[in-house]
Design a protein around this ligand. Structure first.
Ligand code: SME
Length: 161
């Protein structure tokens, strides 16, 4: 299996460079999107501190359907436009939410979640999924986490669709 040397004490740009290179190596040459999402969720869960949920919702027949993840059991289906994930899927824009209780329509799968980062996954010009990261810490996700996760998803999107 892949050897991974990632240290969360590194500066954010180095940390994300290492995370992206590990993610790229994990999906390299593998075309099965579900298997790749499973390994990416596990990689993020293992190396990104402060999370209580990390995983994917896939766009299936016009709604979001729970995909590979790490953390507690979660809502299975989310309408496009609903909650944080549905808003990211509807708009194509990253949602970095400092306080989920202040987000209109937030869907509380886990009452412990306080902040959330959702990245749309775009493949061949279509939003095919979202990456959802939740934290029990308020305002946990920094601008550099948003930038790093967008770079990560863009680097591997073709292996997720
Ligand atoms: N909180 C999300 C729902 C997904 S769970 O957090 C895993 C939302 O509002 O879209």
């Amino acid at each position: 299996m892949l050897e991974i040397a990632i240290n969360s004490d590194q500066p954010a740009d180095e940390f994300y460079a290492d995370l992206i290179s590990s993610a790229s190596a994990l999906v390299d040459g593998e075309v099965d999107a579900i298997a790749n999402m499973a390994n990416i969720a596990a990689l993020i869960w293992q190396y990104v501190p402060g999370l209580n949920w990390a995983g994917f919702y896939r766009v299936v027949d016009g709604e979001l359907v729970l995909g590979p993840f790490q953390g507690k059991t979660a809502c299975i289906r989310i309408a496009i436009g609903a909650g944080v994930c549905g808003t990211a899927a509807a708009t194509g824009e990253v949602q970095r939410v400092a306080d989920v209780h202040a987000f209109p329509g937030h869907i509380a799968c886990d009452a412990d979640s306080r902040s959330e980062l959702v990245i749309p996954v775009v493949h061949e010009g279509r939003i095919i999924a979202v990456l959802d990261l939740d934290s029990p810490l308020p305002d946990h996700f920094r601008p550099e986490d948003e930038t790093g996760m967008v770079r990560l998803i863009n680097a591997i999107a073709r292996n997720l669709g």
